[in-house]
Design a binder for this molecule. Structure first.
Ligand SMILES: Cc1cc2nc3c(=O)[nH]c(=O)nc-3n(C[C@H](O)[C@H](O)[C@H](O)COP(=O)(O)OP(=O)(O)OC[C@H]3O[C@@H](n4cnc5c(N)ncnc54)[C@H](O)[C@@H]3O)c2cc1C
Length: 334
């Protein structure tokens, strides 16, 4: 393995999508390649389709190496890790980057062990210095920054924390048409392993709101009838349910459902604010949602300048109709 070899970044394509984590990894790898002045490439377990390839190309990905049997290995992380290590050797990689998610955190120790490599979990920064490469991470939660010296005598396996990922496209990065190659091990790789036999998806009704994908929230503009209708709607649509502080103060929900400055800070794909005025104490807790939709009967409500889509509507009229339509589609009561 070339110690000044390339950076190999492992990109998972969950649900067949180059998601934010994947784009964050590509952005990081492109920057790190500049810092270390080495080439970089991508390892994938499943061959990307043309839409995914375009996504890789947008980040200037030079080359993608796809494991021939990778799809079958996704549920056996220990074996997948051994394959990734063997691929890293064949690719002359000296830095292997993984996301610090369930899969990446399972793979990293296996790859590091197989390569007798240095390992750095939740890598933060990388800096060249006269005596080697200074790599740092946050330790004890994020309370202290720890710096280590990597002397480049052995490969480095590093995981990247998802919270620190940025999908920024560097101005210096030119879009590419990545070369795709299929890789298979020179000799069969085996070993004791455990296999994932099942995964239980989170229940949106009970999942912590900070982890929720879609949240419909009730504000003081909901009366007891519309509040119950909204809760029923959430069950039918299988989405999470939140409230503002005045609704929590009425005793209609537990504190864990309250969103905002004193309540949960949420980052769902979609946040629907129903009968919520949009005070700064509430908006502060939802502003990083990917999309905010607001429904309020007052066209001047402060929530409107803070949302992506706004509808001026009376919930007393809207919710029963919405509920009927959803019931007709999904068939029956919650
Ligand atoms: C230190 C501090 C911390 C706080 N922390 C939080 C927090 O974490 N979370 C939080 O939510 N609040 C918090 N608050 C309270 C916050 O300031 C607001 O008072 C609160 O967010 C307002 O909630 P609301 O939008 O439900 O109610 P309101 O401000 O009363 O708004 C109700 C809205 O419903 C609309 N409406 C009424 N009837 C209908 C109808 N039939 N159809 C459609 N729309 C209708 C009205 O036009 C209005 O805009 C905090 C306050 C303080 C001082």
């Amino acid at each position: 393995m070339g110690i000044n070899g390339k950076i190999l970044v492992f990109v998972d394509l969950p649900g067949g999508e180059l998601d934010e984590t994947g784009r964050g990894l590509l952005s990081y790898a492109a920057r790190l390649a500049g810092t270390l002045d080495v080439p970089w490439g991508v390892a994938v377990a499943v061959a990307p389709d043309s839409a995914q390839l375009a996504g890789f190309g947008a980040y200037g990905t030079p080359a993608i190496t796809c494991m021939e049997t990778g799809k079958a290995l996704l549920d056996t992380p220990a074996l997948l890790g051994k394959h990734l290590a063997a691929m890293a050797v064949d690719e002359l990689a000296s830095v292997i980057i993984l996301p610090h998610n369930d899969l990446g955190a399972s793979l990293a120790p296996v790859v590091a062990h197989a390569l007798d490599a240095a390992i750095m979990t939740e890598l933060a920064t990388v800096r060249q210095s006269a005596d080697g490469v200074r790599i740092s991470r946050n330790a004890l939660g994020v309370r202290i920054a720890e710096t280590r010296l990597w002397d480049r005598t052995r490969p480095l396996v590093a995981t990247l924390p998802l919270r620190a990922m940025s999908q920024v496209l560097l101005a210096t990065v030119r879009p590419s048409s990545p070369a795709v190659a299929t890789w298979r091990p020179a000799a069969p790789i085996s070993g004791p392993t455990t296999a994932v036999t099942g995964r239980i998806p989170p229940d949106p009704q009970t999942v912590d709101l900070t982890e929720a994908e879609v949240i419909f929230s009730a504000g003081k503009g909901c009366d007891p009838a519309t509040f119950d209708q909204l809760k029923e709607l959430c069950k039918l649509l299988n989405v999470s349910f939140g409230v503002t502080r005045p609704v929590y103060d009425l005793g209609w929900t537990g504190f864990e459902r309250m969103v905002g400055q004193t309540g949960r800070t949420v980052t769902p794909r979609l946040y629907v604010a129903m009968g919520i005025s949009g005070s700064m104490h509430h908006v502060g807790g939802i502003k990083d949602s990917r999309r905010i939709v607001a429904i309020n009967n007052d066209s001047k409500a402060p929530i409107f300048p803070n949302c992506d889509e706004g509808f001026v509507s009376d919930l007393k009229e809207l919710l029963p109709r919405l509920l009927d339509q959803v019931k007709a589609r999904v068939g029956g009561a919650a």
